[in-house]
Ligand binder design. Structure first.
Ligand code: AHR
Length: 617
């Protein structure tokens, strides 16, 4: 029997309870949420040195017709590398049909769709007459999906010149490339080549389908941009916010040395703040605190990093007249972003310099911004912390049985002092594969435990959020995608069952059962659609047997139910079942109405299942 007291509130669950954590891992942003189609758009992937790494650009033509190199002649101060094409063909040495030049496949193929429009921008300089074709080219026939010719009237273009056009695709190809070609002898320099779909969420640059997947989780906070990505393997490769703001052309980009790929930083600090606002979440900024995975700045030399963090807060929420707030305003957001929560680094608590540096960051931020909540990454779940913090970060990646048992993890955590931010949790390795039912069911039990302990646990998010299947650096993940399609893993769908938890009322429940495979909770929440109050009972069955349970609910307005009652079940025939592009909803919530719901009812719980019951309060 599950006894539910629908009258007595245990507490209000914090409004911030359920959120999302975004890290630039698995091409979550570059080649994912950020809709930019060109990869390595500034030819900077080798860093500031030349010759630079122009991967994944390839050369169209051979050594007798074109010589491609990089030099440092760009007009952009922070990213000096430019591409130089020396076109050798002429009448006696004719270019191949279609010309010579360069081609960019984007992130494992560009998704070009018939009727869609794309804004193409590039910067160019030329010795000799400029006559360039800029085209999207399909992968199968090599047919042009859209093309535009750029011709200059004079002989040379000696100053860097911005070119821009809108290309409209005449056909669909999921694996297209962008080609820039010419048949004219001479030298052409190119830099900062971009191709953006016009159809992004609010024109803010996010792929619409991936935006919607996150929005559907109704996250109340958005932790970003990492994860270890914030730290870097080495500080020289860490995420430093100042290099990721301002006009996209001027951003240097950086090598994500933890997850081993170059990012052009299109989805930078501003875009993270903007995304949080667009998705209706509080931005939760994790900044680099002078520590990477392999090097650390001495406390005596930490001041510039502290100033960088303070400047970042000013960028996010300072007046548009302030130094950094004015940069934000110039980027189109004069109103401050609602930045109230920041994390001093990620997972460095054990490092020698963490605590001493932390104290300096903490003091400086609290002095300048007393209302900002600060997150330490030292674990306060076992004993009280020895340093001041508003929240402590807690990460857990484990097997399914252990995750299930962790539903009681916070039962004994200190009740006073900093609150817990479970910012990364997931079942991984054998039990999880690339996202199994088994993992999801165990995680649901863990989440129920967090909900029950929401006096201490104030924020929770799954990790990682995204994976591009062409570059899995970490598995499993919540949302899986490639250039044009996506699906949610079972763990993603479990999160859907908790979207109503933030700000809801936790109710008292008592589970009387001889099996240890069940975990349950009950909340009261208001459905924004019909504005009615509902009771949501969630029960996890982490066992291979079906279970019969009696609900004994006191305090329902009407004990005879109820047209609005419904049941949602997440289960499947096999615990190792996963979703895929071909079967995206194999393991997804199944909704049905509950005809015979009442305050005294019997329910059946499928083996390895998560079931939520919604009854009108
Ligand atoms: O979520 C993947 C990684 O796991 C994060 O970068 C890091 O914080 C944790 O170790």
């Amino acid at each position: 029997t599950l006894i539910v007291d629908a009258k007595g509130s245990v507490r209000k669950i914090p409004d911030t309870f359920f959120g999302a954590f975004f890290e630039e891992i698995n091409h979550a942003g570059a080649g994912g949420l950020w809709a930019e189609l060109v990869r390595n758009r500034g030819f900077e992937a080798g860093g500031p040195n030349v010759p630079s790494n122009i991967f994944p650009w390839s050369i169209i033509g051979d050594d007798s017709t074109i010589l491609v190199s990089t030099d440092r002649t760009s007009c952009f101060e922070r990213n000096k590398v430019a591409l130089r094409m020396n076109i050798l063909c002429n009448e006696s040495n004719p270019c191949p049909a279609g010309g010579v030049g360069i081609s960019n496949p984007g992130f494992w193929g560009m998704n070009i769709e018939k009727g869609q429009k794309y804004k193409v921008v590039f910067y160019v300089k030329a010795r000799g007459r400029l006559d360039l074709d800029v085209s999207f080219v399909g992968s199968v026939s090599g047919a042009k999906l859209a093309s535009q010719n750029f011709r200059a009237p004079g002989q040379n273009i000696s100053m860097w010149t911005r070119m821009e056009t809108i290309l409209e695709a005449n056909d669909t190809n999921r694996n297209a490339s962008l080609q820039i070609t010419t048949s004219n002898r001479g030298v052409v320099w190119l830099d900062q080549v971009s191709a953006m779909p016009l159809d992004t969420f609010k024109g803010h640059g996010y792929r619409k389908d991936l935006f919607q997947m996150v929005a559907d989780l109704k996250p109340n906070f958005f932790r970003f941009p990492g994860g270890c990505y914030v730290e870097g393997n080495y500080l020289r490769n860490a995420f430093r916010w100042k290099d990721t703001v301002g006009p996209w052309e001027e951003r240097p980009g950086h090598f994500n040395d933890v997850w081993n790929y170059w990012t052009d930083d299109g989805f930078g600090f501003f875009e993270g703040l903007q995304f949080a606002e667009d998705v209706g979440a509080l931005p939760t900024w994790v900044f680099n605190n002078g520590l990477s995975l392999n090097d650390e700045v001495n406390t005596s030399a930490i001041a510039p990093f502290i100033q960088e963090a303070l400047d970042g807060i000013e960028f996010a929420r300072g007046s548009p007249k302030s130094q950094w707030g004015s940069l934000r305003a110039s980027m189109g957001h004069p109103e401050p972003f609602d930045l109230r929560i920041v994390a001093i680094g990620n997972e460095e608590c054990g490092m020698p310099k963490y605590q001493a540096n932390y104290l300096k960051f903490h003091a400086a931020i609290k002095q300048a911004y007393p209302d900002i909540q600060i997150i330490t990454n030292c674990d306060g779940s076992k004993k009280p912390l020895d340093h001041p913090a508003d929240l402590y970060d807690f990460h857990i990646y484990t097997n399914a049985t252990d995750m299930f048992s962790k539903s009681t993890k916070f039962d004994d955590a200190p009740r006073s002092g900093p609150k817990a931010f479970v910012s990364e949790y997931a079942v991984w390795k054998d039990d999880a594969g690339n996202g199994t039912l088994l993992a999801a069911v165990a995680e649901a039990a863990f989440l129920i435990g967090l909900e029950r302990n929401s006096d201490v646990v104030h924020m929770v998010s799954y990790a990682p959020l995204f994976v591009n299947t062409n570059d899995r650096k970490w598995t499993p993940d919540a949302i899986v995608f490639d250039s044009h399609q996506h699906y949610g893993t079972p763990s993603y769908w479990v999160q859907h069952l908790f979207t109503t938890s933030s700000g809801a009322t936790l109710l008292n429940t008592t589970l009387q059962t001889s099996t240890d495979s069940l975990v349950a909770s009950a909340i009261e929440y208001t459905n924004p659609k019909d504005k009615k109050n509902y009771l949501r009972i969630k029960v996890v069955n982490f066992g291979s047997d079906q279970q019969n349970l009696r609900f004994s609910i006191s305090g329902l307005t009407s004990n005879v139910q109820q047209s609005g009652a419904a049941k949602t079940v997440l289960t499947g025939p096999n615990v190792k079942e996963e979703n895929s592009f071909s079967e995206p909803n194999k393991i997804a919530p199944q909704h049905s109405s509950l005809e015979d719901a009442s305050g005294d009812m019997n329910v059946v719980l499928a083996p390895y299942s998560v079931t939520s019951f919604d009854l009108l309060k």
